[in-house]
Design a protein around this ligand. Structure first.
Ligand SMILES: Nc1ncnc2c1ncn2[C@@H]1O[C@H](COP(=O)(O)OP(=O)(O)O)[C@@H](O)[C@H]1O
Ligand SMILES: [Mg+2]
Length: 239
């Protein structure tokens, strides 16, 4: 894929107090692509995407979105610029209904005028959510909450959707559906940055993937090439 990058991360460093979780991290995401960050627990994947989405302030480095420097911008500004994070652990609002959760996702100035159209779109994509629109978020199953979290993200009309471990805790059948959904959204023009521990399925759909270890990129390449990489096979694919 030779499309211009929508996201360029260069020399990113992020810390909790004095402890650096990410240092000198660089990668890029081409417009229209699917790029994956993989790596074991604690590698720094969540910290990285939190910093990109504006939920954590980088200590150093550049984050460019469609060419504009955005390192240090807050979440509201990143959402307005078209970057939506579907966070690890889903974080749906348990005491709000499905409908209210979805409306919360569409509050930014760009998407707010289109809330009716966007609700219709996500209900078409997720008929289950339409059936349950008046049910409390917290009363839904794990799989339904993950769909709700993704649908809430779509309400913001993202250009770049970042998904942090969306398959965590899902039944195998739902994992397959989830990966299909991600490909469908990408086919509709949304660029995807995907954090996953489900490495095999992720590399199968990723144009490019970066392997993180201790806050650094240790390996990168086309998803299909990494599937055959001896290090990746040993560390993540069990052979
Ligand atoms: N809130 C926090 N406070 C202090 N350290 C944290 C916090 N969150 C994560 N860390 C540390 O940062 C490192 C990277 O964590 P994280 O980004 O969550 O990794 P991953 O998402 O790849 O599992 C780990 O060493 C983790 O213990
Ligand atoms: Mg994580």
């Amino acid at each position: 894929m030779t499309a211009a990058p929508i996201l360029e991360v260069e020399g990113l460093a992020v810390a909790y107090g004095a402890a650096f979780a990410v240092r000198d991290l660089s990668f890029s995401v081409p417009e229209g692509g699917i790029v994956a960050l993989v790596g074991s627990n604690g590698a720094g994947k969540t910290t990285t995407v939190q910093a990109i989405a504006g939920a954590m302030r980088p200590r150093a480095g550049r984050v460019r979105l469609a060419g504009a420097e955005v390192a240090g911008a807050d979440c509201a500004e990143m959402v307005r610029r078209g970057v939506t994070l579907v966070p690890e652990g889903r974080l749906v609002f348990p005491q709000m209904t499905v409908d209210e959760n979805l409306r919360m996702g569409g509050l930014n100035a760009r998407a707010a005028p289109n809330v009716t159209r966007n609700l219709a779109r996500v209900f078409e994509l997720f008929p289950r959510l339409a059936e349950r629109r008046n049910q409390l978020g917290g009363s839904m199953s794990g799989g339904e909450q993950q769909m709700l979290a993704i649908a809430r993200g779509l309400m913001a009309e993202p250009r770049l959707m970042i998904l942090d471990e969306p398959s965590l805790g899902l039944m195998p059948k739902l994992v397959g559906e989830l990966f299909g959904l991600i490909q469908r959204l990408n086919g509709e023009g949304i660029t995807i940055l995907l954090v996953e521990q489900n490495v095999r399925q992720t590399l199968q759909i990723a144009d490019r993937a970066y392997v993180l270890e201790k806050g650094r990129v240790v390996l990168s390449g086309a998803g299909s090439d990494l599937l055959d990489d001896p290090f990746v096979r040993k560390a993540f694919l069990g052979h």
